[in-house]
Design a protein around this ligand. Structure first.
Ligand code: TNX
Length: 548
């Protein structure tokens, strides 16, 4: 039954592609339910965007639509707070949906030649409806400057849309290479266009601490800088050439607040990540007293990889981390704080008399159990402030903290195990979701992380493991793409690695599984890439080259 449905869907899709030259079938991500109708709604100088007087969510979303439409068309469209039902004429009308079909992120769109009606139950729903409307309009609507000779028409259609997963994320590593606020905002804008709702901000690592913490100024005075800029890499991908110039950067708390506000206006929650107990070298270079060997000399790392210098599970370290987390929680209002937890070598703990005594005193089995103790203490603290922790799948080792959410990156096994233990999971397996890997023939691509991940493979990913029972599958919150930046030194290069592979991931996170089909996606992507061109995105043209 399901396959007949999918077949009909594809047939309608391809037939309509021939029948229409508009954007009705170029939506990306594609909606849950879509039916094309005859005719179109044309935006003219007389068109108004009507919103309910008291609905701030409607007004904000409508303003997003109007701002972009006005910039590209020059038409005097404006948001008009009123009682929309009473206003006659060919207008775009926002109204509250009452029948409970939209849910927290969904919306309904009814476009006819007479009217465009936008319905939702939440500000987020209205916002996503607007993202869809912008994609239904001629692609030129994404032009930042006024264009003439375009008919600003929206193809008639009926859409009932809501996402498959509640969590749709992208992670950006700003430790290995620092990315300025202006770019982070642009990254967030592009996420919103794709209906992603979570930005995971990897703020600390061995190679740089990137967030101002007032109580510990050395974290940025020392930890945000490394003594050399990496210029090149050898065949094993290790840096071999340095320019001898200091490299660095960090965000002030004011800048962080600004980005949080910016993201919130685009319905994107930020999850900040502070790595512990490993990937801590930048912090230890600033405050060696939180290592197990304070007499040792620590320097912010200038090469990539995993380092043995990690936090010591001592009371002063916990006090330090709690103070850092307290400042962070004041900046980031979201539920989750990412505490890292990945790749923590245990050498320093094995060599430390303090750690060995602690293991005995706490009657722990080994160093893995000590890491688990570490994370559990941090979790208790974070939970006591009404927040929740999320960590890389190593936090399963030695016992999972009570309420932790697991990010499954070393394959899907960690996620499967966590779901079986009734813990929430975000799927981000390296094999499908690591956007630092090669997307084309390495001989023709800039140096990248190990692995080969063409867009076709990203698109083939199915985040919900079939081996889980329906009950266990509910713990799979969603999917995330990760942008590690060891080999990505510039913002232009980030865009090249991220798009259009993240467009594929956006569809995996949003669209129902049934009708998903790469050929169809690739066809819609062609027009979508024109949108990205208007936005000046430096996306990879590999797929276009292959299909030319
Ligand atoms: C593993 S994924 C890491 C990162 C690296 C990445 C490179 C994860 C939790 N840790 O520190 O940047 O591989 O692909």
């Amino acid at each position: 039954m399901r396959s007949i449905f999918a077949l009909l869907f594809c047939l309608t899709l391809s037939f309509s592609l021939f029948a229409q030259s508009d954007n009705a079938y170029n939506l990306l991500p594609f909606p849950a339910q879509f039916s094309g109708k005859d005719g179109q709604f044309t935006v003219t100088a007389a068109t108004r965007v009507l919103v309910a007087t008291k609905d701030a969510g409607q007004r904000a979303a409508a303003q997003t639509l109007v701002t972009q439409l006005k910039a590209a068309s020059g038409l005097p469209v404006a948001v008009t707070p009123t009682t929309p039902a009473l206003v006659k004429g060919k207008h775009i009308v926002f109204q509250a949906h009452k029948a409970g079909k939209c849910g927290p992120e969904g919306y309904i769109l009814n476009v006819s030649p007479e009217r465009v009606v936008v319905e939702a139950e939440t500000p987020k729903g209205y916002f996503y409806a607007v993202q869809t409307l912008l994609q239904l309009l001629p692609t030129e609507v994404f032009s930042p400057t006024k264009l003439t000779g375009v008919t600003w028409a929206i193809p008639a259609c009926q859409i009932l849309d809501r996402p498959r997963y509640a969590y749709r994320g992208l992670m950006l590593d700003v430790s290995r290479h620092f990315m300025p606020v202006s770019f982070v905002k642009r990254f967030i804008d592009l996420m919103a266009l794709h209906k992603f709702n979570t930005f995971h901000w990897h703020l600390t690592d061995d190679q740089g601490w990137r967030i101002e913490i007032k109580k510990y100024p050395k974290l940025t005075q020392i930890g945000s800088k490394r003594k050399e800029t990496v210029l090149g890499h050898n065949a094993e991908n290790y840096p071999f050439q340095y320019d001898g110039k200091e490299y660095g950067g960090f965000y002030t708390q004011e800048q962080i607040k600004e980005v949080v506000r910016y993201a919130a206006a685009r319905h994107i929650t930020i999850i900040p990540e502070i790595e512990m107990p490993g990937h801590a070298l930048a912090a230890l270079a600033s405050y060696p007293e939180f290592s197990c060997d304070p007499a040792k000399k620590y320097e912010v790392a200038t090469r990539w990889g995993i380092f043995k210098e990690v936090y010591c599970p001592s009371e002063p370290t916990f006090a330090f981390l709690q103070n850092v987390l307290t400042e962070m929680m004041a900046l980031f209002p979201g539920k989750y704080i990412h505490i890292g937890g990945d790749e923590c070598p245990k050498d320093a703990w094995k060599a430390s008399a303090f750690c060995q005594n602690l293991i005995k005193k706490l009657k722990l089995k080994d160093e893995d159990a000590l890491q688990s103790y570490f994370i559990q203490r941090i979790e208790k603290f974070v939970n006591s402030k009404g927040r929740a922790i999320i960590g890389w799948d190593e936090i399963l080792e030695g016992g999972l903290a009570k309420n932790a959410t697991v990010m499954s990156w070393r394959g899907t096994e960690g996620g499967i195990e966590a779901a079986k233990q009734k813990h929430n999971v975000v799927m981000t397996p390296g094999e499908f979701c690591y956007l630092d890997q090669y997307q084309g023939n390495p001989a023709q691509e800039p140096l990248a992380g190990g692995g080969y991940l063409p867009i076709e493979k990203v698109y083939s990913y199915e985040p919900t493991p079939a081996e889980l029972t329906p009950e266990q599958q509910k713990f799979i919150l969603g999917v995330q793409g990760n942008v590690w930046t060891e080999y990505i030194p510039t913002t232009q290069h980030v865009e090249y690695m991220v798009y259009p592979r993240a467009s594929a991931l956006a569809e995996i996170g949003w669209m129902p599984k049934g009708p998903r089909n790469f050929e169809d996606f690739a066809m819609r992507l062609k027009e979508h890439l024109k949108r990205l061109s208007y936005l000046n995105v430096n996306y990879s043209k590999r797929l276009l080259d292959i299909r030319a």
